[in-house]
Design a protein around this ligand. Structure first.
Ligand SMILES: Nc1ncnc2c1ncn2[C@@H]1O[C@H](COP(=O)(O)OP(=O)(O)O)[C@@H](O)[C@H]1O
Ligand SMILES: [Mg+2]
Length: 313
């Protein structure tokens, strides 16, 4: 935990620095993990698929799930379909995050990743969506995003996809897995939207159906990303961590109080916390070094990717 705490402490220090700083309209995200972004990424795993037992291949999914008429929100996604380089600096940060997750995966089992944060609006959905699109931009890589923020689902909004039927309908047993999975123009990116909002999703998330859904799709996708509600005062994310291999904590630079971020981290087993994304770093306030946390690694510093103040990272 100490490395996470170091990273959070940095965020807190940055908050103090931000108090005197002017407001910045176009913030960026930076990633705090260990390995070099330039290292090669390993080849995708080869999955064995058994159609008879109801496990689908990606090709079968592509045949059965029609391409949705998605209209992504250009403020929410950096990798627009028509203009992939619309936000080159921001997109690069997500390629770096992607790369670091692949490196972590060489050392530990890591396929289902929960993206969470202490508080609302820190950028959980933003990070989830852009990480997913960074992964899906690679050839032969596939990613499923499950919007597990049943209180305030926003994944569908960022992509301009349908909200329902989604996870809440699936968890209630009203629909099957194939009814809730959607895809858009980006070939390797599939989502399960949140579905109808639910004021008390804890019971739904605890039914075991989410685990079943994830297990059904695990042989198909390289990555499964779970978007989530804030972790500091709600128990949803702790439940979601039980079906995840790792947790990425988003910390909003200059905003998240240190003790609240720490409280959120304590909701998870230390070995599950695989990294911190410091989001919305204002121009000129990036630290020269970022601290990372990764299970089984030594403590280390890595030179920061240069923060471009006006990028939408
Ligand atoms: N790095 C960023 N750059 C620009 N906009 C961002 C960034 N991070 C978050 N946002 C925007 O801030 C708002 C809140 O982010 P969101 O991801 O919905 O927060 P959360 O899911 O944690 O509640 C959204 O409009 C999102 O597009
Ligand atoms: Mg969200």
């Amino acid at each position: 935990m100490s490395r996470i705490h170091e990273a959070l402490k940095k965020a807190e220090l940055e908050r103090e620095g931000l108090d005197a700083a002017p407001e910045v309209p176009a913030p960026g995200a930076q990633v705090a993990t260990e390995e070099s972004a330039t290292s090669p990424e390993p080849a995708p795993p080869s999955a064995v698929h058994d159609l008879a037992s109801g496990i689908f291949t990606l090709d079968v999914l592509r045949e059965r799930v029609p391409v949705g008429d998605w209209h992504p929100d250009s403020k929410a996604v950096l990798f627009a379909d028509s203009t992939p380089q619309a936000h080159p600096e921001g997109a690069e940060e997500f390629r770096t995050l992607r790369s670091r997750l692949y490196h972590l995966r060489e050392k530990q089992s890591l396929q289902t990743v929960l993206v969470t944060s202490a508080l609302p609006t820190e950028g959980k959905t933003f990070v989830t969506l852009n990480l997913a699109r960074a992964i899906a931009h690679q050839h032969h890589r596939s990613v499923l995003v499950i919007d597990a923020d049943l209180r305030m689902s926003r994944v569908h909004q960022g992509l301009g996809a349908a909200q329902s039927p989604g996870l809440s309908e699936y968890l209630k047993g009203e629909v099957d897995a194939l009814d809730v999975i959607q895809r858009g123009p980006q070939d390797n990116l599939f989502i399960v939207a949140g579905g109808a909002p639910n004021a008390n999703p804890v019971e739904l998330l605890g039914t075991g159906r989410l685990r079943a859904l994830i297990h059904r799709f695990m042989p198909i996708f390289d990555w499964i990303l779970l978007d989530s509600p804030p972790a500091a005062f709600l128990s949803d994310s702790s439940l979601l961590a039980k079906v995840s291999d790792g947790v990425v904590m988003v910390v909003q630079s200059g905003v998240t109080p240190y003790d609240i971020a720490q409280k959120a981290c304590k909701e998870f087993a230390p070995e599950q916390l695989v990294g911190v994304v410091l989001n919305r770093i204002p121009p000129g306030l990036a630290f020269p070094y970022h601290y990372y946390y990764g299970r089984g690694h030594g403590y280390g510093k890595t030179p920061a990717a240069q923060s471009n103040g006006n990028s939408q990272k």
